[in-house]
Design a protein around this ligand. Structure first.
Ligand SMILES: [Zn+2]
Length: 68
């Protein structure tokens, strides 16, 4: 994952033109090593697109995409 220390070339609007690209970027910042279940450490995580939640396949724990 690339961390920006300066504004991206072409500007923020070009790098993140829509809500989905902003959400992907925020999720990369939130989960820099990939999504991992804090309960069991499993990386086998599904996405509930309609609720914008990740869910651990093992424990069914819901994980918000952007917060703890
Ligand atoms: Zn789990």
């Amino acid at each position: 994952m690339e961390m920006y220390r300066t504004l991206p070339i072409g500007g923020v609007r070009q790098a993140f033109p829509d809500t989905a690209s902003c959400q992907r970027r925020l999720a990369d910042v939130r989960w820099p090593s990939g999504v991992t279940c804090p309960s069991c450490g499993d990386r086998n995580i599904g996405l509930i697109e309609s609720r914008s939640l990740y869910q651990c396949v093992s424990t069914q724990r819901n994980l918000h995409r952007l917060s703890r």
